[in-house]
Design a protein around this ligand. Sequence first.
Ligand code: NDP
Length: 397
Amino acid sequence: MARVLIIGAGGVGQVVAHKCAQVDEVFEHITLASRTKSKCDKIAAMLPRKIDTAEVDADDVPQLVKLIEKVKPDLVINVALPYQDLHIMDACLEAGVHYLDTANYEPPEEAKFEYKWQWAYQDKFEKAGLMALLGSGFDPGVTSVFTAHAKKHHFDRMQTLDILDCNAGDHGLPFATNFNPEINIREITANGRYWDNGQWVTTKPLEQKRVFDFPEGIGEKDIYLLYHEELESLSKHFPELERARFWMTFSANYLKHLEVLQNVGMTGIEPVEFHGQEIIPIQFLKALLPDPASLGPLTKGKTCIGNIIRGTKDGKDKIYYVYNICDHQACYREVQSQAISYTTGVPAMIGAKMMLEGKWMKPGVWNLEQLDPDPFMADLNRYGLPWQETWLDQAFQ
Ligand code: NDP
């Protein structure tokens, strides 16, 4: 039985709070803290059991340490924004508690997704006898565990990995992002990048497109190559991979809006002066766009996220596809959130459970693919993200 402090009361924080509250045999005591306490209180009021709430600025390390010392959690679950990762890791070290997040650190002034800043904490966490689990969402997170599962059970050698992230949901609005608009747009408007024979190949944003026929009635969708942070850790931890790529679906309508916003400078991250005040265009855009949390009741349809891996087993070539299908409306019925927040929040709860049950607990800084995939895969089926596996005749080109 453990105590957890969840930081961040956005779309993902709401799901993590719900899922932890459902598993009371592990999460005995829950505190939900964020910059705006009223958001924590609103979530707390939806839950099946009582939790504590608190206000905290997670960029203020002394304030965080004070809160951690008051709450006395065994683990801090960070589902604030990637900008807060290092501050929360510092506070965990100072207060002597374990750490988990769902997205790697990103400096606010530069759209750069790299693990180097967090991997640099390896020695500090190890020496303190504490664990930091990095990227326990869906992608990264479940896609990382899917890769470890494929290697453990289905391949002697993996050659190519393609992660396919499809959101076939429709919220009926002209334009909205499914999670934090600033983080989402920064990710999509950045150059694409993939791992190819020991080096990174850079592509222009959304330059490479394919069409893939997704299972369970989702059907054919356009899918675009993006850089995604798990490519860095997976190519490091599975050096046998000759190629590793990440793909995401976008509708023509979404891309049309994004192109116009980009062309007029609304997605910029550099400050501009407006009526004597400095504003960052993408932050102003965020203020105009629908709050992702408000999409829950509106979104219909499914997500399908999974890995296609080509490799060999017992001398035979194999193409393996492992994926999860998640229904937006079913998520809403269960936790009042759409599937994007759900598919991130459930793995955050499971990662926390793995640590607190001792199945994954070891000092240091770890990505999920470095740990035994079996208990995590079992819990995906148990807690709302069942997975399917199949063998394909054709490789993903
Ligand atoms: P939201 O923007 O909905 O929520 C972020 C929350 O963090 C808000 O409650 C916000 O508070 C709070 N916050 C921001 N800054 C601070 C601060 N300085 N101190 C305290 N709280 C703060 O984001 P999401 O819930 O959609 O995403 C949460 C995280 O999950 C992000 O890091 C995102 O990158 C990650 N993610 C990971 C995915 C994966 O599959 N691995 C997929 C989707 C998201 P306030 O409301 O006051 O602004």
